[in-house]
Design a protein around this ligand. Structure first.
Ligand code: GRF
Length: 213
């Protein structure tokens, strides 16, 4: 399956996808890394891996729709079949989301539907949450909404600041994003009544408790 990855910054999730795709048996390849920021380090990572890149600055467009239309064109030209948002910091127009419906996924550093938006780690710590994590989901028009494909849970430690929690979650992001892509590329993922069904996915049993009893 051919992937387009959209980034705005450091691109560590992009790197996780690049590394996963490097394995011969991995059923996907990245055909385009697209950024709205010329200075995004993700572009550097793509170049080092020999992946075609494109930069489209949203500042060069009159409105969100025409910017998104230009992105769609690049993605289509590259022949991509799945679009992966990986730290892409622009809201997407309804038209773009509709065009790529069920072919557009995002990773978010919280256990959705909790903590949508920004400053998620600060908010989880402030609330005294005992667990947080990350979510890979299909994108719908509302921000950080859409059918959940996979989540990973991590404990929040009493001494955590936002950076410590972000780091613990990021490690799991790098595991679950390639895993979600793999499931999709293997044709095992479908959306039914706005819930994701994955064929033959191993299901964990039991519960996690924090603090441990
Ligand atoms: C990640 O935490 C991701 O969940 C969020 O933005 C961050 C991007 O990090 N959407 P990176 O650019 O992949 O390193």
């Amino acid at each position: 399956m051919k992937l387009a990855v959209l980034v705005s910054g450091r691109g560590s999730n992009l790197q996780a996808l690049i590394d996963a795709c490097a394995a011969e048996e991995f059923p996907a390849e990245i055909v385009l890394v697209l950024s709205n920021k010329a200075e995004a380090y993700g572009l550097e990572r793509a170049k080092q891996a020999g992946i075609p890149t494109a930069v489209l600055s949203h500042k060069d467009f009159d409105d969100r729709e025409s910017f998104d239309e230009a992105m769609s064109q690049k993605i289509t030209e590259a022949d991509a079949e799945l679009v992966c948002l990986a730290g892409f910091m622009r809201l997407l127009s309804d038209g773009f989301v509709r065009k790529w419906r069920d072919k557009l996924i995002n990773i978010h550093p919280s256990l959705l539907p909790s903590y949508k938006g920004l400053h998620v780690h600060e908010r989880a710590i402030e609330d005294g949450a005992r667990f947080s994590g990350c979510t890979v989901h299909f994108v719908r028009p509302a921000m950080d909404e859409g059918p959940i494909i996979i989540q990973a849970v991590v404990p929040v430690h009493p001494e955590d600041d936002a950076d410590a929690l972000a780091g613990r979650i990021l490690e799991q992001e790098h595991v679950v994003y390639p895993q979600a892509v793999r499931y999709i590329a293997e044709g095992r993922v479908r959306v039914s009544a706005e819930r994701v069904v994955i064929t033959d996915a191993p299901i964990p049993h039991g519960a996690m408790v924090n603090p441990v009893g």
